[in-house]
Each structure stands twice: as structure tokens, then as C-alpha cells.
Design a protein around this ligand. Structure first.
Ligand code: 5GP
Length: 122
């Protein structure tokens, strides 16, 4: 799938749509999800134009990949998420339930999160 430069996260990166920023480095931006599914629900996105986890892992430079995971680590440390635990999710494609075609990882925390997938999905 080609990258859609008008997807909502591309527009956030260009400053066309506001976001509640949590963290930023040279290659990654993190902000609160607009429809939180847990007390803490943060989205971490690369600044580069990558559609999915697959696209990012195949095409992003070592510096971009390092900065992306450094962003997650910094957020976890800053918010002390290791103390009670947290979940990261990267939805990919149709079966993965990906809605926004710009690679992102969800960080969810702040309560027990239950089953990894819903019973009907199993
Ligand atoms: P996906 O289903 O693609 O893994 O997750 C996309 C996420 O983006 C959803 O959790 C949704 O709530 C969030 N989202 C969609 N539009 C916006 C927006 O304009 N701002 C923010 N902060 N989050 C958004």
C-alpha cells in the first residue's frame, strides 16, 4: 500500500491538526490517543512516511528505528510504567484492525488490561 500523505497522523506531523504531545525526538513523536482505551493511552509514531510495522521495519534507517524505540523507553521511564506494567500494540492491516495508515505503537497502561484479544477474535 502506498503511503497516504493526507492520513491523520501525517497531518498531525505537519501541524495541521493539534495533538496533546507527550514526547518528541528527531525521528519520533508521541501524543495522547483522542479516544483513550485505558487511563494512559499514548500513540508513538515515526516522523517518516511509513504505512505499517512491516514498512517501518523494512525501510526505516537504523537511526530512525533506534529513535523510535528510544521514544517508547523514554515515555515508559518518565511515566514509571514499568512499576505496574503496560501493553504495547501495533495494529497492522485489515486483520490487525489498523485504522490509521501511518505506523504507530499504542502504549496502554493504568489498569489491568484483560485479555490480549477479545474472545470473539480468538
Ligand atoms: P489503529 O486502529 O490504527 O491502531 O489506531 C488508531 C488510533 O488513532 C485510534 O486509537 C484512534 O483513537 C486514534 N486517533 C484517530 N484520530 C486521531 C486524532 O486525530 N488524534 C489523536 N490523538 N488520535 C487519533
Amino acid at each position: 500500500m502506498p503511503y497516504d500523505t493526507n492520513n491523520i497522523f501525517a497531518r498531525i506531523l505537519r501541524g495541521e491538526i493539534p495533538c496533546n504531545k507527550v514526547y518528541e525526538n528527531d525521528h519520533a513523536l508521541a501524543f495522547n490517543d483522542i479516544h483513550p482505551q485505558a487511563p494512559t493511552h499514548i500513540l508513538v509514531i515515526p516522523k517518516g512516511p511509513y504505512v505499517s510495522m512491516t514498512d517501518f521495519s523494512q525501510k526505516a534507517s537504523a537511526a530512525e528505528q533506534a529513535a523510535f524505540f528510544a521514544a517508547i523507553a523514554a515515555i515508559v521511564a518518565e511515566k514509571k510504567l514499568d512499576e505496574s506494567g503496560y501493553r504495547t500494540i501495533a495494529n497492522t492491516g485489515v486483520h490487525g484492525g489498523q485504522e490509521v495508515p501511518h505506523f504507530h505503537i499504542h502504549i496502554l497502561a493504568g489498569k489491568k488490561l484483560g485479555r490480549m484479544v477479545s474472545a470473539e477474535a480468538a
